[in-house]
Design a protein around this ligand. Structure first.
Ligand SMILES: *[C@@H]1O[C@H](CO)[C@@H](O)[C@H](O)[C@H]1NC(C)=O
Ligand SMILES: *[C@@H]1O[C@H](CO)[C@@H](O)[C@H](O)[C@H]1NC(C)=O
Ligand SMILES: *[C@@H]1O[C@H](CO)[C@@H](O)[C@H](O)[C@H]1NC(C)=O
Ligand SMILES: *[C@@H]1O[C@H](CO)[C@@H](O)[C@H](O)[C@H]1NC(C)=O
Ligand SMILES: *[C@@H]1O[C@H](CO)[C@@H](O)[C@H](O)[C@H]1NC(C)=O
Ligand SMILES: *[C@@H]1O[C@H](CO)[C@@H](O)[C@H](O)[C@H]1NC(C)=O
Ligand SMILES: *[C@@H]1O[C@H](CO)[C@@H](O)[C@H](O)[C@H]1NC(C)=O
Ligand SMILES: *[C@@H]1O[C@H](CO)[C@@H](O)[C@H](O)[C@H]1NC(C)=O
Ligand SMILES: *[C@@H]1O[C@H](CO)[C@@H](O)[C@H](O)[C@H]1NC(C)=O
Ligand SMILES: *[C@@H]1O[C@H](CO)[C@@H](O)[C@H](O)[C@H]1NC(C)=O
Ligand SMILES: *[C@@H]1O[C@H](CO)[C@@H](O)[C@H](O)[C@H]1NC(C)=O
Ligand SMILES: *[C@@H]1O[C@H](CO)[C@@H](O)[C@H](O)[C@H]1NC(C)=O
Length: 777
């Protein structure tokens, strides 16, 4: 073992032995220290009570801390941070910072105050260094931090930091691809890469494969993407940024967050990043690298170490905006040089690296630091810094995480298998959550160019072209280009198209032509992902897909549950059968804040005590027995989460709709809309029914009625055809009704009707065109 490490490990272990004692002393020491400081330094009167917060059960008013460094007087962005509800700011100063720095809800650590804090790392920190931020982290921990958000003084969160995950568990997507993940591709900028991403891999495309779970252990490091001038390297700015205007990148704000599994690397920075307490050890900024590399290499170091304790990283859709001041990109490039040439080696090295099972986690942290120094990725000064950092943490009473038994890494081109997840994510066993196969295609955003020329077709032009692929004759109806404004009404709705039966996936061709441009976010859902891929592979485009057995549609609403669990950042979810014709122009003025449902179809009232009701689904296993079991669960009001409170309100609301307690209603469940505000409740109630394998045509109407008021409910109407009517559906078509069901579009007579009747209506009512001819040949 390297000598320096040996000494540090000894030093560190000795200290650890005394850690218990030290913690006790420390309360007293810090208290005395601060108390005595107060006599000299008037600023300390603003200090929150240092020391007391270390009581683990003590609920500090400052559980959430923002840490920034600044050499300026309070910038507008720092002032903005200071007013975020629930957060306290610590600003770490340096020699250039104004001595009289002061702003409400901010603690300013001048160089003088930094020294008075008497942390062990202080002596290892150079002046004029970003690494002084480390003192801000320790200060926050000292004052009861459970979450630390780190950012810079030119960065502004756009959602009050509410989009991050603070709960211990979360539903969501986990990347299921190869060893490197480019988050910018996932958020719709396929030609961008984050600073620190290995240059050799820029041309590689992320896998589109993800695992969905309703309950992961939450990621303990969370990186938000940033709009405006995001974190990219100098190579990108030199080649892709216009010299005359600032970068203005927009990532897909609707895309779901993504967890990065163990084994997969992805660079993250210190500019818009949330740390849970379990990951506070990973905050340490090194002192020996250049400014443009320090947080990136810290990130790779941290990721490898996180796997030792079963933790992981996640990326979030844009939740901040950055305006960078102009600076020299050539100087940046110089600063980033090692990053360009060494990152591949670093990743290889980290993949191979192991820590002996006899070591504690903090010993592994120190060992990795030392091993990285041996290989000249770090300077040797990081060893001492890390050792002091860990001592500081222990003295603050920070709980050292325990290691997990097994860590898997990936060789090039390898991906994690389902079995690997069972090993890695022990939480799956504990909570019996099933992993769902999801394919997710990013929604491509406008990409930044040196010369700002816009060659993209307008959305209406694209929609017209898509429609004319299946209905070529409509081109004869239109004179001249379609460059009219087109409503973006559906841009913040996720459309979920449910295939009750597998084997009809070739219809995606038609569905995509009808809805693909109107809804940028569409996800198809049904049995058998392999068959879906096979039947859609020649369409010149890939599609998003959730693989779920739907049992011929009996439990089709599981698609809604899964779509909600993916955490798309949308206003609502429109769930639609693959055989519904959706007349989008009829919805344009409907609110997205309430449920939409229909009373169409085989609308039937059922007395729940009756076992012989004639409604087809009621007598089978998915009928009354499953319903009774679900009601038993709901009535018992057991294991009800806080966001539900009490199921009796839900039940009362159902009886309000049907007019009598004990009467429920069956109706069409092929078209309904769930507002995002009710997504969690909807998913919870639907899951109660799903667990008992209850029939969709009662489960959906029941949940919708249980969660919406009679006044708020949006009733949508349409033609719902049965028997003979289904052979010639367009006889019953009406342009003012919202939908039309069922419609087998692959049937050639039906396709003709779609093209001759529906398509011209799209041109008229969605695009507002005056057609050259009202009747089509
Ligand atoms: C720690 O907190 C608990 C609960 O608030 C309190 O009873 C106890 O006295 C505190 N201990 C110290 C040392 O402050
Ligand atoms: C701090 O000092 C500077 C220059 O002396 C002055 O312009 C500024 O207003 C002062 N700020 C505060 C908050 O007192
Ligand atoms: C940046 O782009 C967004 C979205 O296109 C736009 O709303 C915003 O005004 C642009 N900002 C600047 C400074 O150009
Ligand atoms: C990692 O291990 C593999 C196989 O043992 C070896 O071929 C490779 O050179 C190692 N890479 C590094 C960077 O140590
Ligand atoms: C990984 O895939 C790339 C591209 O297909 C190939 O060039 C490379 O040799 C593969 N690496 C390994 C280790 O198989
Ligand atoms: C398009 O028009 C031609 C005649 O002009 C007709 O034969 C054909 O069936 C039409 N196709 C569709 C899809 O309407
Ligand atoms: C999901 O299913 C598709 C099609 O069978 C397959 O290609 C993909 O690898 C699966 N994803 C995962 C993560 O196993
Ligand atoms: C929606 O409302 C606007 C004005 O409120 C009206 O001009 C427009 O015709 C309405 N559109 C539909 C489809 O009802
Ligand atoms: C449902 O049926 C039971 C048994 O026939 C009857 O007692 C009850 O009154 C009925 N409930 C309603 C609301 O009609
Ligand atoms: C649950 O109760 C809390 C407070 O007790 C309240 O704020 C919240 O609105 C309730 N939620 C529902 C769904 O009733
Ligand atoms: C049921 O309807 C009554 C009368 O319209 C209303 O006062 C009550 O709030 C409703 N209850 C629920 C749970 O919707
Ligand atoms: C519309 O179509 C009809 C029937 O094909 C044709 O007779 C008529 O001339 C067309 N009108 C126009 C304005 O193109």
């Amino acid at each position: 073992m390297d000598k320096a490490l040996d000494i540090n490990l000894q030093r560190f272990t000795t200290h650890k032995l005394f850690a218990g004692l030290l913690v006790v002393c420390f309360f007293w020491m810090v208290y005395v220290k601060i108390y005595s400081v107060e006599m000299y330094d008037p600023e300390t009167s603003k200090l929150p009570s240092i020391g007391r917060a270390k009581n683990a059960t003590h609920v500090s008013p400052f559980e959430k801390w923002i840490v920034v460094t600044s050499i300026h007087p309070p910038t507008d962005d720092v002032k903005y941070l200071a007013q975020l509800p629930g957060w306290r700011v610590v600003v770490v100063g340096d020699v250039k910072s104004p001595a009289n720095w002061s702003y409400q809800n901010c603690d300013f650590l001048s160089i003088g105050r930094q020294e008075l804090l008497n942390f062990k790392i202080t002596d290892s920190l150079p002046y004029k260094s970003y690494a002084r931020k480390n003192l801000g982290y320790l200060y926050a921990i000292l004052n009861g931090a459970k979450f630390i958000y780190e950012t810079d003084d030119d960065n502004r969160p756009s959602d009050n930091l509410e989009g991050f995950i603070y709960t211990p568990k979360t539903p969501g997507l986990m990347y299921a691809g190869k060893k490197l993940f480019n988050p910018y591709q996932h958020f719709g900028q396929s030609t961008l890469w984050p600073r620190g991403y290995p240059l050799t891999k820029i041309g590689a495309v992320n896998n589109r494969s993800y695992w969905l779970s309703s309950s992961w252990t939450s990621p303990t490091i969370q990186q938000g993407t940033v709009n405006g001038d995001p974190d990219v390297d100098a190579i990108f700015r030199l080649t892709r940024k216009s010299a005359t205007s600032p970068l203005n990148v927009t990532f897909d704000s609707h895309a779901p967050p993504v967890l990065v599994p163990q084994g997969v690397f992805s660079p993250f920075n210190s500019q818009n990043t949330l740390f849970h307490e379990r990951a506070f050890w990973a905050l340490l900024i090194p002192t020996g690298t250049t400014f443009r590399m320090c947080d990136i290499w810290r990130g790779y170091w941290a990721q490898r170490l996180m796997w030792e304790i079963g933790d992981r990283l996640a990326f979030f859709p844009p939740n901040a905006h950055q305006n960078r001041s102009a600076h020299s990109y050539m100087e940046d490039a110089e600063d980033e040089k090692d990053m360009y040439f060494q990152t591949d080696f670093l990743i290889d090295f980290l993949t191979n690296w192991t820590c002996p099972s006899s070591m504690t986690f903090f010993q592994c942290v120190l060992k990795l630091t030392s091993d990285m120094a041996d290989k000249h990725f770090w300077k040797s000064e990081e060893i001492d810094l890390t050792s002091r950092w860990l001592e500081d943490l222990l003295e603050l009473g920070y709980p050292e995480p325990t290691r997990v038994i097994e860590v898997l890494t990936l060789s090039e081109n390898e991906t994690l298998k389902l079995e690997d997840y069972n090993v890695l994510h022990y939480d799956i066993f504990q909570h019996e959550t099933r992993l769902i196969n999801v394919t997710l295609m990013p929604v491509e955003q406008k990409s930044p160019q040196v010369a700002d020329f816009d060659m993209q077709d307008s959305v209406s032009q694209q929609a017209f072209e898509s429609l004319s692929k299946i209905c070529p004759n409509i081109t004869k109806l239109v004179n001249g280009p379609i460059d009219i404004f087109y409503s973006q009404y559906y841009y913040d709705i996720l459309l979920v198209i449910v295939f009750n039966k597998p084997g009809f996936y070739y219809n995606v061709r038609y569905l995509d032509a009808l809805y693909g441009d109107i809804f940028p976010n569409i996800i198809y859902c049904g049995d058998n992902a392999a068959q879906f891929m096979e039947q859609t592979k020649n369409l010149g485009k890939q599609f998003s897909f959730i693989e779920e057995p739907l049992d011929m549609g009996i439990v089709g609403y599981i698609c809604a549950i899964r779509a909600i669990e993916m955490n798309f950042n949308v206003k609502g979810f429109l769930i639609m059968g693959d055989d519904v014709l959706f007349k989008h122009w009829t919805f344009l003025n409907i609110t997205k804040e309430h449920f939409w449902t229909t009373f169409e179809g085989t609308r039937t009232f059922i007395n729940v005590t009756e076992s012989n009701h004639s409604w087809a689904g009621w007598k089978g296993k998915a009928g009354k027995p499953a319903f009774d079991k679900t009601m038993e669960d709901l009535n018992s009001n057991k294991n009800v989460p806080q966001y539900i409170n009490n199921t009796s309100l839900f039940l009362d609301s159902i009886w309000n709709f049907t007019g009598q307690r004990g009467i429920i209603e069956a109706s069409l469940s092929d078209l309904y809309y769930i507002p995002a505000a009710k997504r969690i409740q909807t998913s919870w109630y639907m899951t109660r029914f799903y667990k008992n394998h209850f029939f969709s045509e009662i489960a959906v109407p029941t949940v919708v009625r249980g969660l919406e008021t009679k006044k708020g409910m949006i009733l949508i109407n349409g033609s719902s055809l049965w028997g003979g009517a289904r052979s010639r559906p367009f006889k019953f078509y009406s342009k003012v009704q919202h939908f039309f069901h069922p419609m087998k579009i692959s049937n050639s007579a039906t396709l003709l009707d779609v093209c001759n009747v529906y398509a011209p209506d799209v041109l008229r009512y969605s695009f507002g065109l005056t057609l050259s001819n009202n009747t089509v040949v």
